[in-house]
Design a protein around this ligand. Structure first.
Ligand code: NAP
Length: 221
């Protein structure tokens, strides 16, 4: 017997890939639902050889499924994942919304699969962002042998991390550069075509250079 699965955000970059991978790894799926916003009702997405029509998140009865793969924004997930979890299924959330919630396990299957045992607190499982997920798989065996105290990481994020709007902006600007000039940036603060921007998401406390010394280091200003 398989699972009844809903992919929320099924028209997005990540949602479409989730559908591909479920099919590719032959995950035991009894029923699949593609869920997105109202404007995508009836939009067709692929699930292997099959075509699935998108349903509206507002209309969908989540008590009829076992697993929900959530791949919308953090703000959307904050509202919807707890509601869906209460309706019965386990939500696996791909956004940042619950990564720091002490009642939600943050799981990378190769690292801490056993934490799934307490996922029933809110019926939500979080996963880390893509840079972290692959990094901790490599760090785990090192950590097991000799405790890691500190890791210094620099990441370079692809445009696809900004969703399909980000990828469309890169595509349109790239074409524009060679023809009539690049269109004005909307998704990114500066032109992204043929460019690298030292900025992602929004500035927060961690992005501000240190004012006080921490860990014996000198302040940067
Ligand atoms: N963990 C990771 O490794 C990782 C990697 C990349 C991205 N992410 C996260 O995954 C999430 C999705 O990223 P993405 O790149 O797939 O974004 P995207 O391409 O912009 O897709 C967004 C999806 O959300 C749906 N959506 C937006 N507003 C909605 C609403 N009000 N109601 C229902 N559905 C709505 C869209 O449906 P419509 O087409 O109907 O608008 C679309 O299917 C983000 O939180 C992102 O940060 C995580």
């Amino acid at each position: 017997m398989g699972y009844r699965v809903a992919v929320v955000g099924a028209t997005g970059n990540v949602g479409r890939e989730m559908l591909n991978i479920l099919e590719e790894v032959e995950f035991p799926v009894d029923r699949i639902h593609a869920i997105a916003s109202r404007k995508s009702i009836g939009v067709e997405v692929s699930f292997g050889e099959k075509i699935v029509k998108c349903e509206d998140v507002e209309q969908f009865d989540f008590s009829t499924v076992d697993l929900v793969l959530m791949s919308v924004s953090g703000s959307f997930s904050k509202i919807w994942s707890p509601k869906i979890g209460e309706a019965g299924p386990i939500v696996i959330d791909n956004s940042s919304a619950f990564r720091m919630d002490p009642d939600v396990p943050l799981i990378v299957p190769e690292v801490n699969p056993d934490d799934v045992e307490w996922a029933d607190r809110k019926n939500i499982i979080a996963n880390p962002n893509c840079s972290t997920a692959q990094l901790v798989v490599a760090l785990k065996p090192l950590h097991d042998r000799a405790r890691i105290k500190r890791v210094v990481v620099s990441t370079y994020q692809s445009v696809s991390g900004a969703g399909k709007e980000g990828m469309d902006e890169l595509w349109d600007q790239t074409k524009g550069v060679f023809v009539l000039g690049a269109p004005e940036p909307k998704k990114f603060p500066k032109q992204i075509a043929f460019n690298v921007i030292p900025f992602i998401g929004a500035f927060n406390d961690e992005a501000i250079p240190m004012k006080k010394p921490r860990c014996g280091m000198k302040p940067t200003r």
